[in-house]
Ligand binder design. Structure first.
Ligand SMILES: [Mg+2]
Length: 226
C-alpha cells in the first residue's frame, strides 16, 4: 500500500499566528487612527478578547469591536479594519522556508499528500491556493466537513478512509503535540512534531511511553526522516 503523509496547515506549513497578529495590529491601528475613540493597546486587547470568545473563524470581530466601543456598529471603521486585515495578511502570506522543495521531495519519494485541519474547508484550500501549493495535496480533510476536531480519532480515521490508506503506512505532521501528534498516535499512525517549544519533560514522556513521535525543528528537515 502506498504511504501517505498528512499535514496540519496553520503554523506547520505557514506561519499563520505571526501574520494574523501583524494583520490584526495593522487593522486596529487603522481603526484608531480613523476615529475609534480608544487607545491602540485598549483596542488590540479588546479585539483579542473578542477573538477568544468568538473563535478565529468568526467573521464579524470588527462589528463586535465597534459595537462594544461605540454602542453601535460603525460600518466605515469595520470596512477599514477588514480591508487592512486582509491586505496585510495577503501581503505576508508565505509558506515556511523550503516548503515547496520538501513537498516536491516527498512526491518524488512516492508519498501521497493530504491535509488534516481543524478549520473551515474553503478557508484552508484558499491558503493552499494562494501559496500555490494546492496541486501537491490529494485531499483536505477538515473538522468542518467531518464534524470532529483533532485530536478526535474519527477525523484521522475519516482522512485515512478518504485517502484509501492504512494507519500503519501514514504519518501526521503538525505543530501541536496534543492535537496533531497524540490524535494521530491514537488512530494508529506515526507522527512528526514541528515548530514546537516542547519541554524536556514532555520529550522524556514520549520516550517513556514509547510513542512513535519524532521531533524536528520545522518541515525543511523532513528529508532527514522520510
Ligand atoms: Mg497547527
Amino acid at each position: 500500500m502506498k504511504k501517505a503523509v498528512f499535514f496540519d496547515i496553520d503554523d506547520t506549513i505557514l506561519d499563520t499566528s505571526t501574520f494574523a497578529k501583524s494583520a490584526r495590529k495593522s487593522a486596529i491601528r487603522m481603526m484608531v487612527d480613523n476615529g475609534l475613540p480608544i487607545s491602540f493597546d485598549e483596542a488590540y486587547s479588546l479585539l483579542k478578547e473578542i477573538i477568544g470568545q468568538k473563535g478565529s473563524n468568526y467573521d464579524k470581530h470588527f462589528d463586535v469591536l465597534t459595537k462594544t466601543v461605540l454602542g453601535e456598529k460603525n460600518s466605515m471603521l469595520i470596512a477599514l479594519g477588514m480591508i487592512t486585515y486582509h491586505n496585510v495578511k495577503f501581503a505576508l502570506l508565505r509558506p515556511f522556508p523550503k516548503t515547496m522543495d520538501i513537498l516536491i521531495y516527498l512526491k518524488s519519494k512516492g508519498y501521497r499528500l493530504a491535509v488534516i485541519s481543524n478549520g473551515l474547508t474553503i478557508k484552508q484550500w484558499e491558503k493552499l491556493v494562494r501559496l500555490n501549493l494546492h496541486n501537491f495535496f490529494d485531499k483536505v480533510i477538515t473538522s468542518e466537513e467531518v464534524g470532529f476536531e483533532k485530536p478526535n480519532k474519527y477525523i484521522f480515521d475519516e482522512a485515512l478512509k478518504r485517502m484509501g490508506c492504512g494507519a500503519e503506512n501514514s504519518i501526521m505532521i503538525g505543530n501541536r503535540l496534543d492535537t496533531d501528534c497524540m490524535g494521530a498516535i491514537n488512530a494508529g499512525m506515526s507522527s512528526i512534531l514541528v515548530n514546537s517549544n516542547i519541554s524536556p519533560e514532555k520529550i522524556q514522556k514520549i520516550k517513556d511511553d514509547n510513542l512513535d513521535i519524532k521531533i524536528i525543528n520545522n518541515i525543511s528537515e523532513l528529508d532527514k526522516l522520510l
